[in-house]
Design a protein around this ligand. Sequence first.
Ligand code: ADP
Length: 657
Amino acid sequence: MNIEEQSSQEDFSSELIIQALGCSPEATAIYTSENMIIRFANQGMLEVWGKNPNVIGMPLMQALPELEGQPFLGLLQQVWHSGKTYSVSDAPVHVNKNGTMMTDYYDYEYKALLNEAGKTWCILNTARKVSSRREYLERIQRKEEKEQSLVEEMAATMEELSSTNEELNSSMKLLEESREHIRTIIEQAPVGIAMLQGPEHIIEVANPAILKIWGRTLSEVEGLPHEHARPELIGQPVNQWLNEVFTTGKRRTNNEFSVKLLYKDGLREAIVNSVYQPVFSSSGSVSGVLVILEEITRQVLDRRSSEKDQHMLLMAVEAGELATFFYEPKTNLFSGNALLKAWFGLPDAHDIDLNIAFSSIIAQDRARVEEAIRQSLSNSSDGNYFIEYRIHHPQDANGRLVQARGRVFYDIEGNATSLNGTLRDITEQKKDEQRKDDFMAMVSHELKTPLTSLNAYLQVMQRNAILSGDQRLQGTLEKSVKQVRNMTSMINGFLNISRLDSGKMLLTQTNFDLKELFSELEDEILSTVHTHSVVFKESEAIELYADRDKISQVIHNLIGNAVKYSPMGSAIIVSCLKLQEGKIRIMVKDNGIGIDKQDQEQIFERYHRIKNPSLGSIAGFGIGLYLCREIVELHKGEIRVESVEGSGSTFLFELPS
Ligand code: ADP
């Protein structure tokens, strides 16, 4: 109830008012006079102060000395004088409650009650404790603050989240990029790769390499179960293997496996290496099979054919009873087949020092072999190696004569890397030749005497025929003399060989003019050779110290061969010239069949004849050139041939003058 209204409308007694205020739920007190004598304080106000009713009648500051230093007295006096109500909310009040200073918060009001003269006669003080409201507000504030910090925290988290999100995005991008990368790798992989998904082996990925092997296009197989996409595999084990890998989770690898694959409209036999790798899902179960396929048909066939070649070569080497050798100049090590090791009495090791093998070559031949190897490896050589030498070692009582043939192999820079070749045991062959030589020497010798007599008889008959003028007889006798001369030269050849072998062929060297010998030879040849045009080139006078007959025999032999091995009517040119180094060169050039490179090295060997079925049979024993070389070498000269097969040959020999 409003006191002001009461006082203005009805005249209630002070006691009545006080009674009424006593019942007010609000803490109420009434002060009078300037000292603020407490006239009234209800239970509520006493509780606010923490005092008992004894304080009533006391000046406020005496009753509550703890208010000293607080604004209340000043405020009350202001209200007293001004008559204006003062009210405040949430103001702190420090009071002593049972000896403890406590602070509470109040909304309070000082209201001046005026008398008729307009003067303050008392002040009505009401107060409402608002600590709990304040606490509530503080709680709210704290909550708000908390909320605020939560919001801030959340904002930070959001920020973090968004940056994480960005990171996630970039990781996703990276993931996508690496997926793309893997896809490119699979696409470009040189081996076939396919990814089969699920128990039906649905073809999810098949790169171009695997499609090529399969003989299919992507559109034919993509998304289809493997078994349906490739019906050509029916009856073949692949689908069975895929099922096994899927159910057992065990990888399967096949090496050099033969499979029939689709090719054009039919099937082709292919050889492949394959891997079937189970792919596991995150739960650990098999989710698919990764197929890696490599076709090796070509390589395997090549290898098999090279194995076949090797086998054939080995058979040939074994059948020909050839020893093989491989020598590496860089390390001076060499190796060879079992036969080679047996012949040289070598251990069964792979790489053997060449010097160990050399100790099995007989002392007289060793230097020659060394030189032949050195020569074949030298830059000036054509890389061919050919030599005959004797081997003798303690385990081989008789020793053997071998013929070695080899070829040098070079690296891309042209350096000799190895000398490889074969050895042939020619001991028996040489013995046969020896027997042949001995026989021929004997026969020749036996024939020579009757032939000399025959020649003498023929010459007598020739003279008689000239005297009697019997032309026919003269012709026949001339032919007979020619044949006897041929036979004589043949027999002389055999005899020379046997003399050569027994070291009995001696040179009778004299000084003579080569020009003169040429003109004699010219007369003789022109009178006997009518099938070819033999031209002796004019030369200056050339003094030579040599065995005249034997040099004449060499030129005769070379012209005879030129006639034998070139077509009728073709030209044969005989010439000589003086070389700068004081040497004399004699040349016989024909336009005949020529000699290939390989044969050029061998035609100077004894009994060597070129087997050329297209030529039919041309009489000869293969000793003419051998004899020529022996004679030239006895003069410390050299003989060789320059020829291109089919385009004629030039035989030339050089002698020291
Ligand atoms: P032959 O008695 O067989 O003629 P040679 O020792 O004189 O014996 O010659 C050896 C081989 O060299 C001959 O069988 C022949 O194949 C070849 N030959 C020799 N001279 C010539 C030439 N001028 N042209 C082609 N081939 C030749």
